[in-house]
Design a protein around this ligand. Structure first.
Ligand code: SAH
Ligand code: SF4
Ligand code: F3S
Length: 479
Protein backbone atom coordinates (compact mmCIF):
# COMPACT_ATOMS: atom_id res chain seq x y z
CA UNK A 1 0.00 0.00 0.00
CA UNK A 2 2.75 2.34 -0.89
CA UNK A 3 2.25 5.66 -2.52
CA UNK A 4 4.13 5.11 -5.75
CA UNK A 5 2.37 7.74 -7.69
CA UNK A 6 3.48 11.24 -6.93
CA UNK A 7 1.86 13.17 -9.74
CA UNK A 8 1.74 16.91 -9.30
CA UNK A 9 4.46 19.27 -10.43
CA UNK A 10 4.42 20.68 -6.92
CA UNK A 11 5.70 17.44 -5.48
CA UNK A 12 9.41 17.00 -5.24
CA UNK A 13 10.29 13.35 -5.60
CA UNK A 14 13.23 12.65 -3.36
CA UNK A 15 13.81 9.03 -4.34
CA UNK A 16 12.49 7.49 -7.50
CA UNK A 17 11.56 4.30 -5.66
CA UNK A 18 8.49 5.73 -3.98
CA UNK A 19 10.45 6.48 -0.86
CA UNK A 20 9.25 9.92 -0.11
CA UNK A 21 8.34 13.33 -1.20
CA UNK A 22 8.02 16.86 -0.08
CA UNK A 23 4.61 18.32 0.25
CA UNK A 24 3.32 21.50 -1.20
CA UNK A 25 0.27 23.61 -0.92
CA UNK A 26 1.01 26.65 -2.94
CA UNK A 27 -2.20 28.57 -2.60
CA UNK A 28 -2.34 28.94 1.18
CA UNK A 29 -2.32 32.33 2.75
CA UNK A 30 0.97 32.16 4.59
CA UNK A 31 1.08 35.78 5.77
CA UNK A 32 2.63 36.10 9.18
CA UNK A 33 2.82 32.37 9.64
CA UNK A 34 5.77 30.19 10.49
CA UNK A 35 6.58 27.63 7.85
CA UNK A 36 6.90 23.88 8.20
CA UNK A 37 8.38 21.49 5.71
CA UNK A 38 7.38 17.83 5.85
CA UNK A 39 8.64 14.75 4.04
CA UNK A 40 6.84 11.43 4.22
CA UNK A 41 8.13 7.92 3.70
CA UNK A 42 6.51 4.50 3.77
CA UNK A 43 2.91 3.52 3.35
CA UNK A 44 -0.18 5.56 2.51
CA UNK A 45 -1.07 5.64 6.20
CA UNK A 46 2.01 7.75 6.80
CA UNK A 47 1.10 10.12 3.98
CA UNK A 48 -2.37 10.37 5.43
CA UNK A 49 -0.93 11.02 8.90
CA UNK A 50 1.19 13.86 7.53
CA UNK A 51 -2.05 15.55 6.48
CA UNK A 52 -3.32 15.22 10.05
CA UNK A 53 -0.07 16.70 11.35
CA UNK A 54 -0.40 19.56 8.82
CA UNK A 55 -3.91 20.23 10.07
CA UNK A 56 -2.77 20.32 13.71
CA UNK A 57 0.09 22.66 12.81
CA UNK A 58 -2.18 24.97 10.83
CA UNK A 59 -4.16 25.54 14.05
CA UNK A 60 -1.05 26.95 15.72
CA UNK A 61 -0.04 29.38 13.01
CA UNK A 62 2.16 27.20 10.85
CA UNK A 63 1.77 26.93 7.08
CA UNK A 64 3.38 24.34 4.79
CA UNK A 65 6.25 25.07 2.44
CA UNK A 66 8.12 23.02 -0.17
CA UNK A 67 11.31 24.97 0.42
CA UNK A 68 13.14 23.42 3.32
CA UNK A 69 15.56 26.39 3.29
CA UNK A 70 12.77 28.72 4.44
CA UNK A 71 11.22 26.38 7.01
CA UNK A 72 11.22 27.08 10.75
CA UNK A 73 10.29 23.47 11.39
CA UNK A 74 11.47 20.44 9.40
CA UNK A 75 9.53 17.22 9.91
CA UNK A 76 10.19 13.77 8.57
CA UNK A 77 7.48 11.13 8.81
CA UNK A 78 9.39 7.89 8.86
CA UNK A 79 9.03 4.21 8.02
CA UNK A 80 10.70 1.22 9.69
CA UNK A 81 9.37 -1.57 7.52
CA UNK A 82 12.75 -2.51 6.06
CA UNK A 83 16.30 -1.55 6.98
CA UNK A 84 16.61 0.39 3.74
CA UNK A 85 13.64 2.59 4.67
CA UNK A 86 15.42 3.60 7.88
CA UNK A 87 18.71 4.16 6.03
CA UNK A 88 16.95 6.55 3.66
CA UNK A 89 15.65 8.56 6.60
CA UNK A 90 19.09 8.79 8.18
CA UNK A 91 20.47 10.08 4.88
CA UNK A 92 17.81 12.78 4.83
CA UNK A 93 18.72 13.73 8.39
CA UNK A 94 22.29 14.41 7.16
CA UNK A 95 20.84 16.91 4.69
CA UNK A 96 18.72 18.58 7.38
CA UNK A 97 21.85 18.80 9.51
CA UNK A 98 23.44 21.08 6.92
CA UNK A 99 20.48 23.45 7.19
CA UNK A 100 20.64 23.40 10.95
CA UNK A 101 24.32 24.28 10.84
CA UNK A 102 23.44 27.40 8.84
CA UNK A 103 20.32 28.23 10.85
CA UNK A 104 20.54 26.71 14.36
CA UNK A 105 17.06 28.00 15.25
CA UNK A 106 15.47 25.52 12.81
CA UNK A 107 13.82 22.62 14.60
CA UNK A 108 13.87 19.06 13.33
CA UNK A 109 11.22 16.53 14.31
CA UNK A 110 11.12 12.82 13.55
CA UNK A 111 7.59 11.43 13.32
CA UNK A 112 6.10 8.03 12.59
CA UNK A 113 7.30 4.48 12.84
CA UNK A 114 11.02 5.05 13.28
CA UNK A 115 10.30 7.51 16.08
CA UNK A 116 8.17 4.85 17.73
CA UNK A 117 10.69 2.04 17.23
CA UNK A 118 13.79 3.89 18.42
CA UNK A 119 12.29 6.34 20.96
CA UNK A 120 14.95 8.38 22.89
CA UNK A 121 17.68 6.36 21.24
CA UNK A 122 17.02 8.37 18.11
CA UNK A 123 17.96 11.58 19.94
CA UNK A 124 21.22 10.04 21.11
CA UNK A 125 22.02 8.62 17.70
CA UNK A 126 21.01 11.65 15.69
CA UNK A 127 22.17 14.74 17.52
CA UNK A 128 20.22 17.23 15.41
CA UNK A 129 16.83 15.74 16.30
CA UNK A 130 14.82 18.11 18.54
CA UNK A 131 11.58 16.17 18.66
CA UNK A 132 10.61 12.49 18.51
CA UNK A 133 6.90 11.94 18.02
CA UNK A 134 5.16 8.57 17.64
CA UNK A 135 2.11 7.98 15.40
CA UNK A 136 -0.43 8.34 18.22
CA UNK A 137 1.04 11.54 19.69
CA UNK A 138 0.43 14.08 16.93
CA UNK A 139 -2.05 16.10 18.96
CA UNK A 140 0.83 16.84 21.28
CA UNK A 141 2.97 18.48 18.58
CA UNK A 142 2.25 22.12 19.57
CA UNK A 143 3.27 21.35 23.16
CA UNK A 144 6.35 19.46 22.02
CA UNK A 145 7.41 22.38 19.81
CA UNK A 146 7.22 24.65 22.86
CA UNK A 147 9.23 22.16 24.93
CA UNK A 148 11.91 21.94 22.24
CA UNK A 149 11.99 25.74 21.93
CA UNK A 150 12.80 25.85 25.65
CA UNK A 151 15.74 23.57 24.94
CA UNK A 152 14.21 20.52 26.62
CA UNK A 153 13.86 17.00 25.29
CA UNK A 154 10.61 16.82 23.34
CA UNK A 155 9.45 13.26 23.05
CA UNK A 156 6.10 11.51 23.03
CA UNK A 157 5.91 7.95 21.78
CA UNK A 158 2.90 6.88 23.79
CA UNK A 159 0.77 4.38 21.86
CA UNK A 160 -2.94 4.74 22.39
CA UNK A 161 -5.74 2.20 22.28
CA UNK A 162 -8.28 4.82 21.27
CA UNK A 163 -6.68 7.55 19.17
CA UNK A 164 -8.09 7.69 15.60
CA UNK A 165 -7.86 11.46 14.99
CA UNK A 166 -11.52 11.15 13.99
CA UNK A 167 -12.32 14.81 14.61
CA UNK A 168 -9.33 16.23 12.75
CA UNK A 169 -9.97 17.35 9.22
CA UNK A 170 -6.75 16.58 7.31
CA UNK A 171 -5.05 19.39 5.42
CA UNK A 172 -4.73 17.90 1.94
CA UNK A 173 -1.10 18.41 1.05
CA UNK A 174 -0.29 16.16 -1.85
CA UNK A 175 -3.52 16.93 -3.54
CA UNK A 176 -4.53 16.74 -7.19
CA UNK A 177 -7.99 17.84 -6.06
CA UNK A 178 -9.45 14.56 -7.32
CA UNK A 179 -8.27 11.72 -5.05
CA UNK A 180 -7.81 11.64 -1.29
CA UNK A 181 -7.00 9.14 1.45
CA UNK A 182 -9.27 8.55 4.42
CA UNK A 183 -7.81 6.62 7.36
CA UNK A 184 -10.51 4.35 8.74
CA UNK A 185 -8.49 2.54 11.37
CA UNK A 186 -5.07 2.50 12.99
CA UNK A 187 -2.64 -0.11 14.26
CA UNK A 188 -2.57 -3.82 13.57
CA UNK A 189 -3.44 -6.83 15.72
CA UNK A 190 -1.92 -9.40 13.38
CA UNK A 191 1.44 -10.71 14.23
CA UNK A 192 3.05 -11.50 10.91
CA UNK A 193 6.43 -12.68 12.11
CA UNK A 194 8.47 -10.47 9.74
CA UNK A 195 6.59 -7.26 10.43
CA UNK A 196 7.42 -4.30 12.64
CA UNK A 197 4.06 -2.52 12.21
CA UNK A 198 2.31 -3.94 15.31
CA UNK A 199 5.20 -2.56 17.37
CA UNK A 200 5.30 0.86 15.74
CA UNK A 201 1.57 1.44 15.31
CA UNK A 202 0.11 -0.34 18.31
CA UNK A 203 -3.23 -2.05 18.70
CA UNK A 204 -5.86 -2.04 16.04
CA UNK A 205 -8.74 0.41 16.49
CA UNK A 206 -11.47 1.54 14.13
CA UNK A 207 -12.64 5.08 13.60
CA UNK A 208 -16.19 6.31 14.10
CA UNK A 209 -18.06 5.41 10.88
CA UNK A 210 -20.02 8.66 10.81
CA UNK A 211 -16.83 10.73 10.93
CA UNK A 212 -15.58 8.75 7.91
CA UNK A 213 -18.80 9.37 5.97
CA UNK A 214 -18.65 13.06 6.94
CA UNK A 215 -15.08 13.32 5.66
CA UNK A 216 -16.05 11.62 2.37
CA UNK A 217 -19.04 13.95 1.98
CA UNK A 218 -16.91 17.01 2.62
CA UNK A 219 -14.35 15.82 0.05
CA UNK A 220 -17.10 15.24 -2.51
CA UNK A 221 -18.50 18.70 -1.90
CA UNK A 222 -15.03 20.16 -2.44
CA UNK A 223 -14.75 18.50 -5.85
CA UNK A 224 -12.92 15.29 -4.96
CA UNK A 225 -14.14 12.23 -6.86
CA UNK A 226 -12.16 9.36 -5.35
CA UNK A 227 -11.44 8.28 -1.80
CA UNK A 228 -9.19 5.46 -0.66
CA UNK A 229 -10.17 3.95 2.69
CA UNK A 230 -6.95 3.14 4.50
CA UNK A 231 -5.92 0.65 7.15
CA UNK A 232 -3.32 -2.09 7.60
CA UNK A 233 -6.15 -4.58 7.48
CA UNK A 234 -9.35 -2.85 6.35
CA UNK A 235 -11.44 -6.01 6.36
CA UNK A 236 -11.22 -6.24 10.11
CA UNK A 237 -12.78 -2.76 10.50
CA UNK A 238 -15.42 -2.86 13.23
CA UNK A 239 -17.12 -0.02 14.98
CA UNK A 240 -19.96 -0.13 17.44
CA UNK A 241 -22.37 2.77 17.29
CA UNK A 242 -22.65 3.61 21.01
CA UNK A 243 -26.09 5.20 20.55
CA UNK A 244 -27.80 2.32 18.76
CA UNK A 245 -25.51 -0.59 19.66
CA UNK A 246 -25.40 -1.40 15.94
CA UNK A 247 -22.14 -2.89 14.68
CA UNK A 248 -20.61 -1.54 11.50
CA UNK A 249 -18.25 -3.89 9.65
CA UNK A 250 -16.13 -3.09 6.59
CA UNK A 251 -18.83 -4.08 4.09
CA UNK A 252 -21.32 -1.83 5.91
CA UNK A 253 -18.84 1.03 5.99
CA UNK A 254 -18.06 0.71 2.29
CA UNK A 255 -21.76 0.82 1.53
CA UNK A 256 -22.21 3.94 3.68
CA UNK A 257 -19.38 5.69 1.81
CA UNK A 258 -20.59 4.45 -1.59
CA UNK A 259 -23.95 6.08 -0.87
CA UNK A 260 -22.37 9.52 -0.37
CA UNK A 261 -22.66 10.05 -4.13
CA UNK A 262 -22.61 7.70 -7.15
CA UNK A 263 -19.86 9.87 -8.69
CA UNK A 264 -17.55 9.38 -5.73
CA UNK A 265 -15.29 6.41 -6.36
CA UNK A 266 -14.31 4.20 -3.45
CA UNK A 267 -11.00 2.35 -3.17
CA UNK A 268 -9.53 0.59 -0.15
CA UNK A 269 -6.23 -0.81 1.05
CA UNK A 270 -4.97 -3.18 2.43
CA UNK A 271 -7.00 -6.39 2.53
CA UNK A 272 -5.64 -9.28 4.57
CA UNK A 273 -6.56 -12.53 2.80
CA UNK A 274 -7.76 -14.06 6.07
CA UNK A 275 -10.34 -11.35 6.66
CA UNK A 276 -11.83 -10.41 3.30
CA UNK A 277 -15.41 -11.68 3.27
CA UNK A 278 -18.00 -12.63 0.69
CA UNK A 279 -20.11 -9.80 2.02
CA UNK A 280 -17.36 -7.32 1.08
CA UNK A 281 -17.21 -8.77 -2.44
CA UNK A 282 -20.99 -8.62 -2.87
CA UNK A 283 -20.99 -5.01 -1.67
CA UNK A 284 -18.28 -4.21 -4.24
CA UNK A 285 -20.40 -5.83 -6.92
CA UNK A 286 -23.55 -4.01 -5.87
CA UNK A 287 -22.10 -0.48 -6.18
CA UNK A 288 -20.65 0.68 -9.47
CA UNK A 289 -18.64 3.34 -7.66
CA UNK A 290 -16.71 0.81 -5.54
CA UNK A 291 -13.67 -0.02 -7.63
CA UNK A 292 -13.00 -3.53 -8.87
CA UNK A 293 -9.56 -3.71 -7.42
CA UNK A 294 -8.19 -5.55 -4.38
CA UNK A 295 -4.71 -5.34 -2.95
CA UNK A 296 -4.40 -8.80 -1.40
CA UNK A 297 -0.77 -9.36 -0.35
CA UNK A 298 0.23 -13.02 -0.53
CA UNK A 299 3.83 -12.59 0.79
CA UNK A 300 4.77 -16.17 -0.21
CA UNK A 301 3.20 -18.91 -2.33
CA UNK A 302 4.42 -21.70 -0.09
CA UNK A 303 2.41 -23.06 2.84
CA UNK A 304 5.37 -23.84 5.11
CA UNK A 305 6.81 -20.35 4.64
CA UNK A 306 3.39 -18.78 5.18
CA UNK A 307 3.17 -20.67 8.45
CA UNK A 308 6.55 -19.34 9.57
CA UNK A 309 5.39 -15.90 8.53
CA UNK A 310 2.34 -16.38 10.75
CA UNK A 311 0.03 -15.26 7.95
CA UNK A 312 -2.68 -17.71 9.16
CA UNK A 313 -3.54 -18.99 5.65
CA UNK A 314 -1.90 -21.51 3.38
CA UNK A 315 -1.41 -21.71 -0.37
CA UNK A 316 -4.69 -23.55 -1.07
CA UNK A 317 -6.72 -21.30 1.18
CA UNK A 318 -5.37 -18.20 -0.55
CA UNK A 319 -6.09 -19.71 -3.96
CA UNK A 320 -9.67 -20.42 -2.88
CA UNK A 321 -10.07 -16.76 -1.85
CA UNK A 322 -8.82 -15.69 -5.27
CA UNK A 323 -11.27 -18.07 -6.95
CA UNK A 324 -14.07 -16.60 -4.87
CA UNK A 325 -13.09 -13.06 -5.91
CA UNK A 326 -12.97 -13.88 -9.63
CA UNK A 327 -16.26 -15.82 -9.33
CA UNK A 328 -18.13 -12.93 -7.77
CA UNK A 329 -16.34 -10.10 -9.66
CA UNK A 330 -14.83 -11.56 -12.85
CA UNK A 331 -13.39 -8.22 -13.96
CA UNK A 332 -11.64 -7.59 -10.62
CA UNK A 333 -7.91 -6.78 -10.66
CA UNK A 334 -5.86 -8.20 -7.79
CA UNK A 335 -2.42 -6.95 -6.74
CA UNK A 336 0.04 -8.23 -4.16
CA UNK A 337 3.06 -7.79 -1.91
CA UNK A 338 5.76 -10.46 -2.02
CA UNK A 339 8.78 -11.15 0.19
CA UNK A 340 11.67 -13.27 -1.12
CA UNK A 341 14.29 -15.08 0.92
CA UNK A 342 12.39 -15.30 4.19
CA UNK A 343 14.14 -17.38 6.87
CA UNK A 344 14.91 -20.93 5.67
CA UNK A 345 13.02 -20.54 2.36
CA UNK A 346 14.23 -23.23 -0.05
CA UNK A 347 14.57 -22.96 -3.82
CA UNK A 348 11.45 -25.13 -4.27
CA UNK A 349 9.47 -22.97 -1.86
CA UNK A 350 10.56 -19.87 -3.74
CA UNK A 351 9.26 -21.48 -6.96
CA UNK A 352 5.86 -21.81 -5.27
CA UNK A 353 5.78 -18.01 -5.09
CA UNK A 354 6.47 -17.76 -8.83
CA UNK A 355 3.65 -20.21 -9.63
CA UNK A 356 1.33 -18.31 -7.29
CA UNK A 357 1.92 -15.14 -9.33
CA UNK A 358 1.06 -17.09 -12.47
CA UNK A 359 -2.04 -18.57 -10.85
CA UNK A 360 -3.52 -15.30 -9.60
CA UNK A 361 -2.35 -13.19 -12.54
CA UNK A 362 -1.80 -10.13 -10.39
CA UNK A 363 -2.16 -6.83 -12.23
CA UNK A 364 0.90 -5.64 -10.28
CA UNK A 365 2.92 -6.41 -7.16
CA UNK A 366 5.17 -4.69 -4.69
CA UNK A 367 8.16 -6.97 -4.26
CA UNK A 368 10.84 -6.99 -1.57
CA UNK A 369 13.60 -9.18 -0.24
CA UNK A 370 13.34 -10.06 3.42
CA UNK A 371 14.88 -7.57 5.82
CA UNK A 372 15.08 -8.68 9.44
CA UNK A 373 13.56 -6.18 11.83
CA UNK A 374 14.69 -6.09 15.46
CA UNK A 375 12.07 -7.18 17.96
CA UNK A 376 9.84 -9.03 15.52
CA UNK A 377 8.85 -12.67 16.06
CA UNK A 378 11.00 -13.78 13.14
CA UNK A 379 14.04 -11.93 14.47
CA UNK A 380 13.58 -13.73 17.81
CA UNK A 381 12.78 -17.18 16.48
CA UNK A 382 14.33 -17.78 13.06
CA UNK A 383 17.84 -17.17 11.77
CA UNK A 384 18.00 -14.78 8.82
CA UNK A 385 19.89 -17.45 6.92
CA UNK A 386 19.33 -16.78 3.22
CA UNK A 387 22.39 -14.99 1.81
CA UNK A 388 21.71 -11.53 0.42
CA UNK A 389 22.68 -12.46 -3.14
CA UNK A 390 20.18 -15.34 -3.11
CA UNK A 391 17.44 -13.11 -1.68
CA UNK A 392 18.17 -10.62 -4.46
CA UNK A 393 18.31 -13.22 -7.21
CA UNK A 394 14.97 -14.63 -6.09
CA UNK A 395 13.56 -11.13 -5.97
CA UNK A 396 14.71 -10.53 -9.53
CA UNK A 397 12.95 -13.73 -10.61
CA UNK A 398 9.77 -12.57 -8.91
CA UNK A 399 10.06 -9.16 -10.57
CA UNK A 400 10.66 -10.69 -14.02
CA UNK A 401 7.69 -13.01 -13.61
CA UNK A 402 5.41 -10.20 -12.45
CA UNK A 403 6.53 -7.91 -15.28
CA UNK A 404 5.57 -10.50 -17.84
CA UNK A 405 2.20 -11.10 -16.14
CA UNK A 406 1.53 -7.33 -15.98
CA UNK A 407 2.34 -7.00 -19.68
CA UNK A 408 -0.12 -9.77 -20.60
CA UNK A 409 -2.71 -8.38 -18.15
CA UNK A 410 -2.50 -5.02 -19.93
CA UNK A 411 -2.47 -6.48 -23.43
CA UNK A 412 -5.69 -8.28 -22.60
CA UNK A 413 -7.28 -4.86 -22.15
CA UNK A 414 -6.65 -3.79 -25.77
CA UNK A 415 -10.00 -3.22 -27.46
CA UNK A 416 -11.88 -2.82 -24.15
CA UNK A 417 -13.56 0.43 -23.10
CA UNK A 418 -13.19 1.71 -19.54
CA UNK A 419 -14.75 4.45 -17.50
CA UNK A 420 -11.83 6.61 -16.42
CA UNK A 421 -11.61 9.29 -13.76
CA UNK A 422 -9.47 12.09 -15.22
CA UNK A 423 -6.63 13.05 -12.86
CA UNK A 424 -4.65 15.54 -14.96
CA UNK A 425 -2.18 15.80 -17.79
CA UNK A 426 -0.02 12.84 -18.73
CA UNK A 427 3.47 13.09 -17.25
CA UNK A 428 5.02 13.03 -20.69
CA UNK A 429 2.84 15.38 -22.74
CA UNK A 430 0.48 18.27 -22.18
CA UNK A 431 -1.47 17.02 -25.21
CA UNK A 432 -2.55 13.93 -23.29
CA UNK A 433 -4.66 13.38 -20.20
CA UNK A 434 -4.37 10.53 -17.75
CA UNK A 435 -6.75 8.80 -15.41
CA UNK A 436 -7.42 5.45 -13.80
CA UNK A 437 -10.00 2.83 -14.51
CA UNK A 438 -11.85 0.88 -11.86
CA UNK A 439 -9.06 -1.74 -11.83
CA UNK A 440 -6.58 0.98 -10.80
CA UNK A 441 -4.77 0.94 -14.14
CA UNK A 442 -3.48 4.20 -15.57
CA UNK A 443 -4.80 5.17 -18.99
CA UNK A 444 -3.32 7.90 -21.20
CA UNK A 445 -5.38 9.45 -23.99
CA UNK A 446 -5.47 12.61 -26.14
CA UNK A 447 -7.00 15.59 -24.33
CA UNK A 448 -10.32 17.11 -25.34
CA UNK A 449 -11.56 20.68 -24.93
CA UNK A 450 -13.65 20.94 -21.78
CA UNK A 451 -12.62 17.59 -20.26
CA UNK A 452 -11.19 18.37 -16.82
CA UNK A 453 -9.65 16.59 -13.84
CA UNK A 454 -12.41 15.14 -11.68
CA UNK A 455 -14.62 14.31 -14.65
CA UNK A 456 -15.32 10.84 -15.97
CA UNK A 457 -14.58 9.80 -19.55
CA UNK A 458 -14.89 6.62 -21.59
CA UNK A 459 -11.62 5.46 -23.07
CA UNK A 460 -11.11 2.60 -25.52
CA UNK A 461 -7.70 0.96 -25.16
CA UNK A 462 -5.64 0.87 -28.34
CA UNK A 463 -2.19 0.03 -27.03
CA UNK A 464 -0.56 -1.36 -23.88
CA UNK A 465 2.80 -1.47 -22.19
CA UNK A 466 3.67 -3.13 -18.90
CA UNK A 467 2.87 0.06 -16.99
CA UNK A 468 0.30 2.02 -18.98
CA UNK A 469 -2.67 1.65 -21.26
CA UNK A 470 -3.08 4.07 -24.18
CA UNK A 471 -6.46 4.79 -25.64
CA UNK A 472 -8.86 7.13 -27.36
CA UNK A 473 -11.95 8.87 -26.03
CA UNK A 474 -15.28 7.32 -27.00
CA UNK A 475 -18.87 8.30 -26.17
CA UNK A 476 -19.95 5.39 -24.02
CA UNK A 477 -19.07 1.93 -22.71
CA UNK A 478 -20.68 0.39 -25.80
CA UNK A 479 -18.71 2.32 -28.41
N1 SAH B 1 -0.77 -4.57 6.25
C1 SAH B 1 -0.26 -4.96 5.00
C2 SAH B 1 1.21 -4.73 4.81
C3 SAH B 1 1.91 -3.56 5.36
S1 SAH B 1 3.64 -3.53 5.16
C4 SAH B 1 -0.53 -6.44 4.84
O1 SAH B 1 -0.77 -7.15 5.78
O2 SAH B 1 -0.42 -6.91 3.75
C5 SAH B 1 3.82 -3.56 3.41
C6 SAH B 1 4.59 -4.72 2.89
O3 SAH B 1 5.94 -4.64 3.26
C7 SAH B 1 4.16 -6.08 3.39
O4 SAH B 1 3.02 -6.55 2.75
C8 SAH B 1 5.37 -6.92 3.12
O5 SAH B 1 5.34 -7.48 1.82
C9 SAH B 1 6.51 -5.94 3.21
N2 SAH B 1 7.30 -6.16 4.43
C10 SAH B 1 6.89 -6.05 5.70
N3 SAH B 1 7.88 -6.38 6.54
C11 SAH B 1 8.94 -6.70 5.78
C12 SAH B 1 10.27 -7.14 6.06
N4 SAH B 1 10.68 -7.32 7.31
N5 SAH B 1 11.11 -7.38 5.02
C13 SAH B 1 10.68 -7.21 3.75
N6 SAH B 1 9.45 -6.81 3.43
C14 SAH B 1 8.58 -6.56 4.42
FE1 SF4 C 1 2.29 -6.23 9.25
FE2 SF4 C 1 0.85 -8.40 9.01
FE3 SF4 C 1 -0.18 -6.26 10.21
FE4 SF4 C 1 0.23 -6.25 7.59
S1 SF4 C 1 -1.20 -7.57 8.69
S2 SF4 C 1 0.75 -4.64 9.03
S3 SF4 C 1 2.08 -7.45 7.37
S4 SF4 C 1 1.52 -7.51 10.96
FE1 F3S D 1 3.71 2.22 7.18
FE2 F3S D 1 6.30 1.86 7.27
FE3 F3S D 1 5.02 2.35 9.45
S1 F3S D 1 4.89 0.74 6.06
S2 F3S D 1 2.96 1.61 9.17
S3 F3S D 1 5.21 3.71 7.70
S4 F3S D 1 6.67 0.93 9.23
Amino acid sequence: MYNDNPTLESIKVIDEKRQGEAYAQNNLNTDGKKRFYIESYGCQMNFSDSEIVASILSEVNYAPTVEMEEAHLILINTCSIREKAEDTVRKRLRIFDKIKKKRPEVMVGVLGCMAERLKEKLMHEEKLVDMVIGPDAYRDIPKLIATAEDGDKAINVFLSREETYADISPLRLQSNGVSAFISIMRGCDNMCSFCVVPFTRGRERSRNAFSIVAEATDLYNRGFREVTLLGQNVDSYKWLNPETDVKVNFANLMEMVALVHPDLRIRFSTSHPKDITEEVLHTMKKYENICNYIHLPVQSGNSRVLKLMNRTYDREWYMDKVKMIYNIIPECAISSDVITGFCSETEEEHKDTLTMLEYVKYSMSYMFFYSERPGTLAAKKYPDDIPLEIKKRRLQEVIDTQMEISRIHNENDIGKTFKVLVEGFSKKSQDDLRGRNSQNKMLVFPKKEGLLPGQYAYVKVTDATRATLRGVLVDSMES
